[in-house]
Design a protein around this ligand. Structure first.
Ligand code: FEO
Length: 180
């Protein structure tokens, strides 16, 4: 049975992961409106990943005999002054996600809930990648500066990103995926 405090923290995190998906979908819509379809594709795939992150927590609560409680998802912003501003927002948001994930891991340790502590390890490693990806794109956009040509080249490159189903040990698995 999952401790109540942990169940509550993970239920909050389901909401935050789905809120992350909502933010990235809003960014995708904005970037598409601005004609930056490649960056929009990147954001849409990011939103899909966030939904899977949320479902990983959802399934974990169920597997531990707990109760999933879904809450209202906050309204995201709808405008960013540039692609760079949107990706800076991604990084700032991911830093918040990282601190929330760390807090759940710390709470699991304090509660001696080692199943949750173990489960959180995947998310801890994932956050290193999430922040690195955002940082990389921020640096590319800074290098492009005011060059429309460079911006369009980067946009075309981001159009190549494809959705790879994140396989979370003990969490949701891709349809037909082998158990990790
Ligand atoms: Fe689910 Fe981008 O953290």
């Amino acid at each position: 049975m999952i401790p109540r405090k942990i169940e509550a923290a993970i239920n909050d995190q389901i909401n935050f992961e789905l809120y992350s998906a909502y933010i990235y979908l809003a960014m995708a819509a904005h970037l598409r409106f601005k004609g930056l379809n490649g960056f929009a594709n990147w954001m849409q795939i990011q939103a899909q990943e966030e939904t899977v992150h949320g479902m990983g927590f959802y399934n974990f609560i169920i597997d531990r005999g707990g109760k999933v409680a879904l809450k209202a998802i906050a309204q995201p912003k709808s405008e960013w002054k540039s692609a760079l501003a949107a990706f800076e927002n991604v990084l700032a948001h991911e830093e918040i996600v990282t601190s929330r994930i760390n807090n759940i891991a710390a709470l699991a340790e304090a509660e001696k809930d080692y199943a949750t502590r173990n489960f959180m390890q995947w998310y801890i490693s994932e956050q290193v990648e999430e922040e690195a990806n955002a940082n990389e794109i921020i640096n590319e956009l800074k290098l492009a500066e005011d060059s429309k040509e460079a911006l369009l080249m980067l946009d075309r490159e981001k159009a190549q990103r494809i959705f790879m189903f994140p396989v979370i040990p003990g969490g949701i698995k891709a349809p037909g995926a082998a158990a990790p």
